[in-house]
Design a protein around this ligand. Structure first.
Ligand code: EPZ
Length: 430
């Protein structure tokens, strides 16, 4: 699958943001910890969610996809705590099945997590927490296997504020006997969303969104109805699209506070940013100014917005820098931007120096991971001429209707199934 686009059109109009992918994946795992029906609303219709739901069906979860954005789940008929299939190996969030199944059945066997190749992405912090809760861990034929006679509350100190480890340990501790403390916990909005969802099922979790989360284990979790928060990164991606195309875009159905670090950088680069209730309007200016960015755990500038702001820095006046402090290999997209004329130097794999080139020209590119793929689309929409971005199955993992939403803002972009589609688009645009 490829996106083919013609750059140069300032994006304008309103776009409605979907549910948060990285909240949905943890929330879906929490849902199957009950034997009662759980209804989830504002589900993003993205590949990662579809893959997780397929994995649920394979272990006996009753999955009723009411519509694109609503699913009813019932974990009462799960017949195995072993989740391993080719599709689950493709996504990272399969690892939430470890916390959910271990918490509910005191046993879990899950395929080693896959996910975007932006770094080694170990799960040692997850395993450290599971062991402290009383689980014995072994690896065999590329599966993670956890067993526990019982789960008892523990005091867990994370070496780094890991999003995945924080969510996974909340899942397991929710049904452990006694009190669990997670210190140095991640504070992303999706952590709070998963905690709120678990609490709506009868869990007792306090402090989510802060450094220390306290969990009092309960006997069981009951059914609930829950609506997922809007996707901070999808919203940020469209806000950055307004900046790089010098457009005027309003992102709707968001939580502005979640966007603070991104809004601040856009204003620093010279854009007009207006919060209006559950929307933010971003107006790009003829001149973008460079800035320095350091990716940090929430509430800092999110690593998942790093490639997108990298595109903006290519077009900004002056020299800007990005220090990637979360992942060790998240600048692969720079090689693709260089094909468009970008002048970027990456120092020691962690600092990107972006020199202004004023304009990018269209090229044939390849997405290297989910957010890099989205960023290359932004670059193509800002560039002169035609750009093709290949390997966009990555993008489909995390963005719902990305091409359609961009078309709704005036972008000349198509999702091409094959070379014929690309040729037709190029002919129409010539
Ligand atoms: C989640 O990944 C997200 N994925 C990522 O989003 C996001 O970039 C990341 O959090 C940071 O916000 C999902 O939620 C499915 P971490 P995760 O554990 O949980 C190291 C996207 O584009 N670490 O917070 O894997 C790790 O290597 C994706 O939507 C350990 O060393 O991130 C990384 O350097 C990309 N040991 C850092 O911590 C561990 O046990 C942060 O990882 C766990 C993590």
């Amino acid at each position: 699958m490829r996106y083919v686009m013609k750059g140069g059109t300032p994006l304008a109009g309103e776009v409605t943001i979907s549910g948060a992918k990285n909240a949905a994946l943890g929330i879906l795992a929490a849902a199957i910890m009950s034997d009662e029906t759980v209804t989830i609303d504002n589900l993003p219709d993205v590949r990662d969610v579809a893959v997780l739901l397929d994995a649920f069906r394979e272990i006996g979860v009753l999955v009723d996809r009411v519509d694109r954005h609503v699913v009813k789940l019932n974990g009462g008929n799960i017949f195995t705590a072993c989740a391993d299939n080719p599709s689950i190996r493709k996504i990272r969030a399969g690892y939430y099945l470890l916390g959910a199944l271990l918490g509910k059945y005191h046993h879990a066997e899950v395929a080693m997590p896959g996910g975007c190749n932006i770094g080694t992405r170990p799960i040692d912090q997850h395993l450290k927490g599971f062991r402290l809760l009383g689980a014995v861990h072994e690896n065999n034929n590329s599966r993670v296997i956890l067993d526990a006679k019982e789960l008892r509350g523990a005091h867990i100190y994370l070496d780094m504020p890991s999003v995945g480890a924080t969510i996974n340990l909340m899942l397991a501790a929710a049904l452990a006997r006694g009190n669990t403390i997670i210190e140095n916990a991640a504070k992303e909005p999706h952590i709070v969303d998963v905690a709120n969802m678990l609490n709506s099922m009868g869990a007792k979790i306090k402090g989510a969104g802060m450094d220390v989360i306290r969990i009092t284990g309960v006997e069981r979790l009951h059914g609930t109805e829950y609506t997922i928060i809007p996707d901070q990164i999808e919203a940020g991606t469209f806000m950055m699209a307004a900046a790089v195309t010098k457009g005027d875009v309003t992102v709707r159905r968001i939580i502005p506070q979640h966007m603070d670090a991104i809004s601040a950088k856009l204003m620093e680069m010279g854009c007009e940013v207006n919060e209006q209730g559950d929307s933010i309007r971003v107006v790009g200016r003829p001149t973008l100014y460079s800035c320095n960015v350091k990716t940090l755990p929430y509430p800092g500038f999110p690593t998942d917005m790093q490639p997108q702001i990298g595109v903006a820095l290519c077009l900004a006046e002056g020299v800007g820098t990005i220090t990637e402090s979360i992942f060790e290999n998240r600048f692969k997209y720079v090689d693709e931007l260089r094909k468009m004329g970008a002048d970027v130097e990456v120092v020691k794999g962690t600092v990107g120096l972006f020199r202004s080139v004023g304009v990018l020209h269209g090229a044939d590119l390849v997405a290297t991971d989910l957010r890099a793929g989205a960023a290359l689309v932004l670059a193509g929409l800002a560039a002169e001429g035609i750009t093709v971005v290949d390997n966009v199955d990555y993008v489909l993992r995390g963005y719902e209707d990305f091409d359609k939403k961009l078309q709704g803002l005036g972008a000349e972009i198509r999702l091409a199934e094959n070379e014929e589609d690309v040729k037709k688009f190029k002919f129409r645009m010539s």
